[in-house]
Design a protein around this ligand. Structure first.
Ligand SMILES: NC(=O)c1ccc[n+]([C@@H]2O[C@H](COP(=O)([O-])OP(=O)(O)OC[C@H]3O[C@@H](n4cnc5c(N)ncnc54)[C@H](OP(=O)(O)O)[C@@H]3O)[C@@H](O)[C@H]2O)c1
Length: 284
């Protein structure tokens, strides 16, 4: 087994920072596994971890980071701001709290988790803009080395562009063979927003699809490796999650082969619009 520490390609953000194209998810679904995160850091060479205040594991993740002994500068840590903390002052406080729980002096990427603010008497647009201004300040102060959004549609991104100064460095949205928001991806590309995909395995549902199974056989890889490789070849930053060590290792072994163009297109034809996570379509 080889470590991906040196082989994992990076994607440049508009501010020049580089995010490792493969990261480890830590969402609350299925729970958090301290040993597996530590294993990913120590044994697999994983240097990019995605978390969120919502997942409730920032403190445990901070412990894993310290136990790993990996220098802070070699890691990419993303966390996310939950709607309960939207608003200028609350957002700034929440960011400092996340840093403190993670035991770090700065975040590599801080994301607004969800476009719906749900504040009575105020529009989502207004609250998103106010919250984004807090992230802009955190970015200026250096507490966040880059800032972005998650689950934002083109309409949300366009409004933010009109209302604020810094264009988000990243938009993290659901992305797997069944969910390919092509127009959004093109828009992000045009605006210099790095497109990051979550649920790359469709929470496991893509792993039993006949096309994925057939390709796994053809390439002598696992269904999960096929799905992750497909995201990577589409230049999408991707963050599969597993609570199992052997699967995390498996999910890292995705750099030594390449899917042919026809197979990329075949996987690309599986889009049916289904969401495994939440669907922001109706968020104003
Ligand atoms: N921004 C957002 O709103 C948002 C929303 C959802 C997710 N995310 C982020 O994206 C990350 C990934 O998404 P996700 O965790 O929902 O879904 P996912 O990565 O598509 O799939 C995870 C599921 O697949 C299983 N799995 C993982 N590797 C496998 C393998 N090699 N073989 C077979 N099964 C495997 C896992 O089970 P085991 O644990 O049993 O292996 C788990 O049930 C999250 O952890 C989170 O960090 C962000």
């Amino acid at each position: 087994m080889h470590s991906i520490e040196t082989t994992c390609p990076k994607v440049a953000l508009s501010n020049g920072l580089e995010i490792p194209i493969l990261g480890l998810g830590t969402s609350h679904n299925g729970g958090y596994s301290h040993d597996t995160v530590l294993y990913a850091l120590r044994e697999c060479g994983m240097r990019h971890i995605d978390t969120a205040t919502r997942y409730g594991c920032e403190e445990q993740l901070g412990r894993a980071v310290r136990e790993s002994g990996i220098p802070r500068r070699d890691l990419w840590l993303t966390t996310k701001l939950w709607p309960a903390d939207y608003g200028f002052n609350s957002a700034k406080q929440a960011c400092r709290r996340s840093c403190s729980l993670l035991g770090v002096e700065y975040l590599d990427l801080y994301l607004i988790h969800w476009p719906d603010a749900n504040v009575p008497g105020r529009s989502n647009r207004e609250v998103r803009a106010e919250t984004w201004r807090a992230l802009e300040e955190l970015y200026d102060e250096g507490l966040c080395r880059s800032i972005g959004v998650s689950n934002f549609l083109m309409s949300h991104l366009r409004e933010l562009k009109e209302d604020c100064g810094v264009v988000p460095h990243v938009n993290q949205v659901e992305y797997h063979p069944f969910q390919q928001p092509e127009e959004l991806q093109t828009y992000c590309h045009q605006e210099g927003i790095v497109f990051e995909g979550y649920c790359p395995l469709a929470k496991g549902q893509a792993l039993s699809h006949p096309v994925v199974l057939q390709m796994a056989q053809k390439y002598g890889r696992t269904p999960s490796q096929i799905c992750i490789r497909w995201s990577l070849q589409n230049k999408v930053v991707t963050i599969p999650k597993s609570t199992k060590k052997e699967r995390v290792m498996e999910n890292c072994q995705v750099f030594g082969f390449e899917l042919e163009g026809a197979d990329m297109a075949l996987l690309g034809s599986l889009h049916d619009g289904r969401h495994m996570s939440w669907d922001p379509t109706h968020v104003e």
